[in-house]
Structure formats: C-alpha cells, structure tokens
Write a protein that binds this ligand. Structure first.
Ligand code: C5P
Length: 232
C-alpha cells in the first residue's frame, strides 16, 4: 500500500535549474522546469513523508516545505543542511556545473572596456567560468560508510542512438556512489518543460532496472518512491 508508506520519513528533494548570475540582470541557466522534482515532492508528501523541497522554480505545493534558491552554491547550502536530518535525498535539480568566476555588481555595458584615455571599445567581454561543487558527490562523501540517507541522483543523457545511454548511466551510478539513478533522455523537446517523462530507474545494489513511461511526472515519481521504499 503506497499511501502512508513514507510516513514519518524525512525527505529532501532538489529541483529546477540553478541560475548563475553574471550581473544584476543576467544569469547563465538551463532548461530545467523543476516539474519532475516538484512532482516527486508532492508524491512523497501524499505518501506521508515530511518533505523539504529546495528549488529554483517558484512553487506553493500542498504539504511541502519549500526552500527557494537561485544558485548552485545556495542550493548546496540548503540541501546539505536539510540532508543532515534526512532519510532520503533526491537530487532532481539541474545544477549548473560552472558559474561565472566573477559577479559584476553593476550591469555589464555593451561598450564594456573603458580605457584610461576615456575611449570605449566595442569588443565583446569574455566570461570566465569556475566549477561548481558537485552536491550529489558531497552527499555521498558526507554519508561515508553509513547507509543513511538514501541518495538518489538523476542523469539527463542525450542518446547517441547506439544503445549506450544505459551503459553510460550504469558507469555514472558506480562513479557517483548514490543508491539509485533515475535516467532520462533529454533533447530539444524531450523532458525539459514537458508534462510527461520516460525514465529508467537503476539501483546500485543491482536487481532489475525499472522502466517507466512515457507517463506523467506524477506516475514517474511514484515509481521512484516505490524503489526508494525498498531501500528504507
Ligand atoms: O554528472 P551529472 O551532472 O550528469 O549528474 C547529475 C546528477 O548530479 C543529478 O542528480 C544532479 O542533481 C547532481 N549534480 C549535483 N551537483 C552538480 C551537478 C550535478 O548535485 N554540481
């Protein structure tokens, strides 16, 4: 019986694409809508969990404590803090791998280089990027040899049409050291922003992978919680 099978469990879900600011009006972002993560949060609450949703996509969801964030660094802080008390952490967010090395406190001008003689030039600025921390990797590292919290990662893979998506995903699951990896194929109009999703759910402990979809993100969410529930 699904309803109530997560009662009393503390669940942390991250969702949405992080936004990495360049200046007060501009950011580097991605196409993640946050819909799958939000559906996961709602589904967990319906099954009785106490849910903290760390998200870059504004949301008011029934039974869910929402922590709004914008950047990867903010998401890291909020996720690690909530995870310290969590039984399960699901990293459904599309965390930016890189952020601009510097933040310009005033809007970057079209004529950006003002020389000592007072002239401008119309060359384009160069944006230098630095790596963001890998939150999922930190969760796994922090957990150490303990088996709590259960850690779930997502992998957005663009298929190469050679059946290699699952091989890549298995390797990623081993490399990342999380317990479950939810793999979805992404592309121009697939998954991002869509209401439906098609995923394969892999367990590090082995066993059959679970294929779901095309199905609503709510149905996909319940399939993910079904797998997680077996690990609690
Ligand atoms: O390696 P890749 O970015 O494909 O891994 C995706 C998984 O790692 C997702 O669960 C995502 O939320 C997480 N991730 C993270 N921190 C990053 C990048 C990805 O937690 N900086």
């Amino acid at each position: 019986e699904r309803r109530g099978d997560l009662t009393g469990r503390r669940v942390v879900v991250s969702a949405g694409g992080t936004r990495e600011p360049l200046d007060p009006v501009r950011y580097l972002g991605n196409r993640s809508s946050g819909k799958q993560g939000h559906a996961l949060a709602v589904a967990a609450a319906e099954r009785g969990a106490r849910v903290t949703l760390v998200t870059s996509a504004a949301a008011d969801l029934p039974g869910v404590e929402v922590v709004p964030v914008e950047t990867a660094l903010q998401m890291r802080g909020a996720v690690l803090a909530a995870a310290a008390e969590g039984d399960v952490v699901v990293m459904a967010a599309a965390v930016a791998d890189f952020r601009p090395a510097t933040y310009a406190p005033a809007k970057i001008k079209k004529t950006h280089a003002t020389h000592v003689d007072g002239t401008d030039d119309d060359s384009a600025p160069t944006i230098t990027l630095v790596r963001n921390p890998d939150i999922l990797a930190e969760l796994v590292q922090t957990r150490g040899a303990s088996d709590s919290p259960v850690i779930v990662g997502f992998a957005a893979e663009t298929g190469d049409d050679d059946g290699s998506v699952l091989d890549h995903a298995r390797a990623k699951l081993e490399r990342k050291g999380c317990d479950v990896l939810v793999v979805n194929e992404v592309g121009e109009d697939k998954t991002f922003g869509a209401d439906d999703n098609t995923v394969t759910i892999l367990r590090r402990s082995g066993g059959q992978s679970v294929e779901v979809g095309p199905a609503t993100k709510a149905v996909v969410s319940d399939a993910v919680w079904d797998v997680v529930a077996t690990l609690l």
